[in-house]
Each structure stands twice: as C-alpha cells, then as structure tokens.
Design a protein around this ligand. Structure first.
Ligand code: ASP
Length: 633
C-alpha cells in the first residue's frame, strides 16, 4: 500500500488538503519583535516603509527601499516605495522641488533609492484604507539613487506562472511579499520550535553532514573522499543513527532542525534536500513523544498564526485508519467513511463480490451523498483512478427518482439491499461506490476515490480547520514484490511491539506491528517516528528479517550494534517535515514556496546552474574518471 515512509517532508501525491489558496498576507501579522527591522541610528532610514501614520504628519523622515510602482500623473510622480515591511507612497511634485522631481523621472521599477522628506496628509478622498500607511504620503526634498535595476525578468506584483523563470531569478522572486512573508513565518516556526523544546530540557546538537551510506530506505547522495581515494561519504537521509547514538551518549533529550538529503525521483512535491524537526529522548514511551510533539505544535501555531490548536490529538491505529478512510493519513475534514459489507455479501448471487470474499478479500463501499448527478466523464475518471491503484473496475449505484440505478443491482438479494440501505444510510440523490478486492487494495482504492469525490464535491470546509491526528501501530515490515524481500516500513531501527516479537521466530513478518506513529494534519503526514530497538540481539533479528547478511551487518551497522551493547537506554523519537509544516501554516500548496532556494522539479538549481560540470583537475584529485556516458535528463 505504501512505499518506504521515511519522508515526512515529501509525498508523491497531492491531497485535497494541499490545494487551497495561500493564507491572506494580512491574516499573519507582518510585525513581531523577532523580525522587525529595528531602526535605531540607521544611516539610510529613520523608519521602515510600514510605519508612518497620521500621527507622524509634519515629521522629517528618511526612507530607503525599492521602487515598487511608479505612476506619472502629468509631471507629478507617485512612487510606492517598498521594503520588507510594506509600502509608503512618495510624491514628487515639480512645484515643491523641481530638481528632485526631475531626477525622479529617471526612476524605474526596482531601482534602490533613499529619500528624505516631510510626512504629509494625503489629499482628502485619496487615502488608501487597504494600506497601513494609506493616510499619509512623503514629500521628498532629497533623493539618493543607491542602485539602478536593469530590465526586469518579470513584474513583481503579478502572478507569474513560469516557475523556471522565477527560480532562475529567485533572489528577485523572493522580494514578492508573499514569499518574503513565508520566509518570516518559517523563521517564526523554527524559533517557536527551539524555544519550546529548550523550555522542555531538549538540547540542540548538530550531527555530521558527511556521514556513511547505509541501506535505510532512500538512495543516498554520495561525496567522494579525496583523502581516501575510492571511498565515499553519504549525505544523511536523516540523522537517525546519530540521534540514537546521542541517546547512548547520555544526552537524554535531543533535537535538531536538521537538513536531510535523499536522492529520489522528484515526482510531485519533493526536494532532494529538505529540513526536519528531529527529536529523540531516552526513558520515554510513545505517550511522552506525543505530548512533546503536541506541545511543540501548539507553540508553533500560536507563534505563527495565533491559533490555539486542540490537544491532545485523536489517535487511530493504522488498521482503523485504513479501514475507515482507506488512508494512513486520513483527511477527516469531511465525513465520508468506508463501510465494510463483506459479511453481507459472503453468499451473494453477484459473483464478483462473492469471489472477492471467498478468496479472503473484502467488500467495502462509500456513500458519496448527494452525488447521484455524477457525469459519465467523472465516473470514467474515478474508474481510471480505481484501476491505477489495482482494482479491476469500479461498481456503483446511483439513487435517482427512488430507483437504484446500476447494472449490478439486479444480482442483489433483498437482504443485501437492506444491509446496504441501513449500513450506508442511503437516501435519494446518493451515489454508492464499491471496492471488492484484497483488503489493502479495496481500502486504498476507495480511500483515493473518497478524496477525489470530496474534491469534486468541494467537501473540504472553506474556513480554516486544523485537524491533527496520530496514526499508530504501523506494520513493522512490508513485502516488496519488486525486490522480493521484506523492507522496513519506517526504518530498520523501529521497535516491534513487545507482544509481536515472537512473530520474528515464527517468520510471520507481515503481522508484526511496530511501536511507530505518524502525526497527520488535514490529511497530510507532517511527521513520523517510533520507539527504537535498544538491544543488539533484537536489532540483529530485525536485520535478519530484512535479509541483511551478518558480515554486511558488521560493516554497515557495526558502530550501532556495538553501541547498543554498551548501555543503550530505551529511547524513541520523531521527525517532522519543517517545509511541509510551514507550507500548511502559510496555506501554500508547494514546499518550494516556503524554501528560500529550492531546486526545481528536475532537481536543478536554475539560479546557480547546479549541478554543473567540474574542472577535470578536481576529478583527478578525487580519483574519478568519467565514462563519457551522459544520461539524458
Ligand atoms: N528519522 C526518521 C525519518 O526521517 C524519523 C524518526 O523515526 O524519528 O523518517
């Protein structure tokens, strides 16, 4: 049902939760003490561009910033002067100061200027209530051009859909108020995180960026070593092993705002490097990790959005989540749930359903209430989705004019119809959609359809809802058909539930549950973690289940296995995807919009043109010979 889930920052699929408008700039205060410009004794300015008010009228001030918009009204030049904090209108009138007004005529958008002048009331009727400085304007007696801007790559105050262009000129793109706001929200989230964890006794420890390649889920980025030719460092996929080793070191409560690197295909909203809020603690149970995470998220939402989120969060086991929502990161902002009908169709005359149950599968359905008017095109689209996730087709019933319209209804007995009626609370105008398959497939297919139906029917509330949820008891291992082996669903250091440890010897790997959990917000996984294995024998069992040969265990994980034998305390932790969290806080729909310098969806940094070829001498130093083959990108 899912591939390796080591990546709370990155999801291949886009959920409905992510497709909303960015939060209005005004709903997040632009000012706070931690980020105001602090104007004491500044050479260039006495105020920022968002501070002058009616009470300042008559004052002599100095402002500096960028020419945001310039309007020439018959010789009178109006400039919206912009800095990080906002806009102030500056008016050059030839009759007030002909020389300065003449120079102002040479200005272009994004020129950098400093002006000195007098604060004046705007002409009555021309006030701008949408601007904090909208009651006043500044009449300059001095203009200093600090730097000119060339022709601009794109207008700063318009929507620009060419993202590659935006990325090429990212330093310019970041001047846009929305992105500038996002960077500051990100700062505030990071600060609230540090302050909160510090208040709880957590210590921030940096761990190496040059680390070791071990099979942990994703592909590593490798760094060749010049000093030991032929050997490689790996960039950390996450500081997982280091943070566990810090527990062996007696740090007890660790955190880090940590950069992680994974060399994965960049489908959808992924980045090769991203940031995690990484946490680990000793002598804890999952409840302790839940409490610290909830407290931290509450502090973050208070600091960044002034929202009081509800804690403690609800909890669902993985099995319940899949059974009810067909997803391990359920979006519960709309009510539709999967209903199990397997018992009702065990002896059905409808062969497709009976066969599914006979072969150990399930019959599940959802009631898309009021959606009987679905178009043929939409049914086709949903059927394609069902097939994409492994179903053979998509059975449905429309309830229209008191009639159950569907080619399959004729096979149903009265008892089956009555069961459907009562379990799905069917009413006129409803649409029933079925899944009949292996449990995993039927649930996943209906889970996907549930999300798509919610999207089409616009079921997600338009007002802000912050639905946090813990999903617990994930399976420890997952069978990979492609690799023909068991893989860790989370990572190889995840602790199995005590009751399930005997299943290792019984080789019932698929039934072992992990002491692992995810935290979900509005249908998006924002973090995940687990209790860890702290005994070397159990860790060996886990490696064995993963098919790692004992000689490889020593060469790859010898350090960890040794550490576990030197007094490793029980420990556990969690990591939250900072980029994704900030994206949700800001109401953006891509993590690129909350990162200063992201790569594009091909992993390229278009601004610096990286990755790039290097000097042959650098390669020689590293004992690297290129084969001359180039993979087309
Ligand atoms: N290191 C894990 C990850 O990156 C999170 C954790 O288990 O704490 O997914």
């Amino acid at each position: 049902m899912r591939t390796c889930k080591r990546n709370p920052a990155c999801h291949p699929e886009r959920s409905v939760a992510e497709s909303k408008d960015p939060v209005a700039l005004s709903s997040i205060s632009q000012r706070d003490s931690s980020t105001s410009l602090g104007m004491t004794k500044n050479m260039y300015r006495t105020h920022d561009c968002n501070s002058l008010r009616k009470s300042d009228i008559g004052k002599q001030v100095r402002l500096a910033g960028w020419v945001h918009v310039l309007r020439d009204h018959g010789g009178v030049i109006f400039i919206d002067l912009r800095d990080r904090e906002g806009l102030t209108q500056v008016v050059f009138r030839p009759e007030e100061n002909a020389e300065v007004a003449k120079e102002a005529h040479t200005l272009r958008s994004e020129d950098v200027i400093e002006i000195s002048g007098r604060v004046a009331a705007r002409v009555p009727g021309t006030e701008n209530p949408r601007l904090a400085t909208g009651d006043i304007e500044v009449i300059p007696n001095r203009l200093r051009i600090l730097n000119r801007a060339d022709a601009l790559p794109f207008p700063i105050d318009a929507e620009v859909h060419n993202e590659d262009l935006r990325m090429t000129y990212r330093y310019y793109d970041l001047r846009r108020p929305q992105l500038s706001r996002n960077l500051r929200v990100r700062h505030r989230v990071a600060k609230a995180t540090r302050d909160y964890l510090d208040s709880q006794g957590y210590v921030e420890v940096e761990t190496p960026i040059l680390s070791k390649s071990t099979p942990e889920g994703a592909r590593d980025f490798l760094v060749p070593s010049r000093l030991t030719p032929g050997k490689f460092y790996a960039l950390p996929q996450a500081p997982q092993q280091y943070k566990q080793l810090l527990m062996v070191a007696g740090v007890e409560k660790y955190f880090q705002i940590a950069r992680c690197f994974r060399d994965e295909d960049l489908r959808a909203d992924r980045q090769p490097e991203f940031t995690q809020i990484d946490i680990e603690a000793s002598f804890v149970t999952p409840d302790d990790i839940f409490a610290i995470t909830e407290g931290m998220l509450a502090a973050i939402f208070k600091a960044a959005r002034n929202v009081d989120i509800k804690t403690p969060f609800d909890r669902l086991t993985y099995r319940e989540a899949i059974n009810r929502y067909g997803s391990d990161k359920p979006d519960r902002r709309f009510g539709v749930q999967l209903v199990d009908l397997s018992d009702d169709f065990r002896a059905s005359g409808f062969k497709v359903f009976r066969n599914a149950v006979d072969s150990g599968g399930v019959i599940k359905a959802i009631n898309a209430t009021g959606f009987a008017g679905i178009t043929t095109g939409q049914i086709e689209e949903l059927t394609e989705t069902a097939k994409l996730f492994g179903a053979k087709g998509l059975a449905f019933i429309k309830i229209e004019n008191g009639e159950w319209k569907s080619p399959i209804v004729k096979f149903f007995s009265d008892g089956e119809k009555a069961a459907l009626q009562s379990k799905l609370r069917i009413e006129e105008g409803d649409l029933i959609l079925f899944g009949a398959d292996r449990w995993e497939t039927a649930c996943e297919v209906l889970g996907r359809i549930r999300l798509r139906v919610a999207e089409i029917q616009k079921l997600t509330p338009t007002s802000e809802v912050w639905d946090f949820l813990w999903v617990t008891d994930f399976p420890l291992l997952q069978w990979s058909v492609e690799e023909n082996k068991w893989n860790a669903m989370h990572h190889p250091f995840t602790r199995p539930k005590a009751d399930d440890v005997p299943l290792f010897d019984a080789k019932k790997f698929g039934e072992i549950r992990a002491e692992a959990y995810d935290v979900v917000l509005n249908g998006v996984e924002i973090g995940g973690g687990s209790m860890r294995i702290h005994e070397s024998e159990l860790q060996e069992k886990m490696f064995e289940a993963l098919g790692i040969r004992s000689e490889d265990r020593q060469s790859l994980f010898g350090h960890l296995l040794r550490a576990l034998r030197l007094g490793a305390p029980p420990h556990g932790g969690i990591a939250l995807g900072l980029d994704r969290l900030v994206m949700l806080v800001c109401g953006e729909d891509t993590i690129r919009d909350v990162m200063a310098f992201p790569k594009n969806n091909r992993g390229l940094d278009l601004m610096t043109q990286s990755p790039a070829e290097v000097d042959p001498r650098q390669l020689r130093d590293l004992s690297i010979k290129l084969t001359g083959e180039k993979k087309s990108g």
